[in-house]
Write a protein that binds this ligand. Structure first.
Ligand SMILES: [Zn+2]
Length: 162
C-alpha cells in the first residue's frame, strides 16, 4: 500500500479493472514512423500521380495490396506494378469514436474496406458527411488526396452514385 506522499510523485496508478499498479509515462510521446520503403517507393510516387498501385508476382501471379517488394507466396523478388481499378463496393465499415492516441486530434472517423472490381480489398478511411448514408455493398471509389490537416497524400473510400 502506498502512502499519500508516495502517490504524489510516483508515476504509478492503480489499474481500474485489476487493482494492480500500472506505471504511467507522464511525458507526451510524439511518434514518427520511419519505415524503409525502397522496394515499394513507386507506390508513393504513383499516389502523387493520382494512381493506386499494387504488385503482381511475375513468378506465381499472386497480387498484393498493399504492394509487396517480395512475394510472400513464392519468395520471388520479380514483381511488377499494376494499377488498381478505382471502383468497387463497400464491403464493411465502422465508425471510430474511441481513437488511438495519434488520431486524437481528428473528429470521429469512418474506417472501411472496399472490394474493388478487380478483386483487391482496400482498407481506408471512408469520406462521408453522414455515416448513416453508408450501406454495405454500395458503390464506392478510391479517391487520392491529402487528409485534412496533413500534408501527406493518402487514399480514401468515397461513396458514388450506383
Ligand atoms: Zn510469387
Amino acid at each position: 500500500m502506498m502512502d499519500e506522499s508516495e502517490e504524489r510523485y510516483l508515476p504509478i496508478e492503480e489499474d481500474k479493472k485489476t487493482g494492480k499498479p500500472i506505471w504511467v509515462d507522464v511525458r507526451e510521446l510524439r511518434v514518427r514512423y520511419r519505415i524503409p520503403v525502397s522496394g515499394v517507393k513507386r507506390f508513393f510516387e504513383a499516389l502523387g500521380e493520382g494512381k493506386l498501385l499494387a504488385t503482381k508476382c511475375k513468378s506465381c501471379g499472386e497480387r498484393y495490396f498493399p504492394p509487396q517488394a517480395y512475394c510472400p507466396n513464392c519468395r520471388s523478388s520479380e514483381m511488377e506494378w499494376i494499377e488498381l481499378n478505382s471502383y468497387g463496393r463497400l464491403l464493411t465499415y465502422t465508425v471510430v469514436k474511441v481513437k488511438p492516441e495519434s488520431y486524437q486530434k481528428y473528429p470521429d472517423y469512418i474506417l472501411g474496406v472496399a472490394r474493388l472490381d478487380d478483386g483487391f480489398n482496400v482498407l481506408a478511411w471512408v469520406l462521408c458527411d453522414d455515416f448513416k448514408r453508408l450501406r454495405r455493398g454500395m458503390r464506392v471509389k478510391i479517391d487520392i488526396r491529402k487528409r485534412d490537416g496533413e500534408d501527406y497524400i493518402s487514399y480514401f473510400i468515397v461513396p458514388v452514385e450506383d
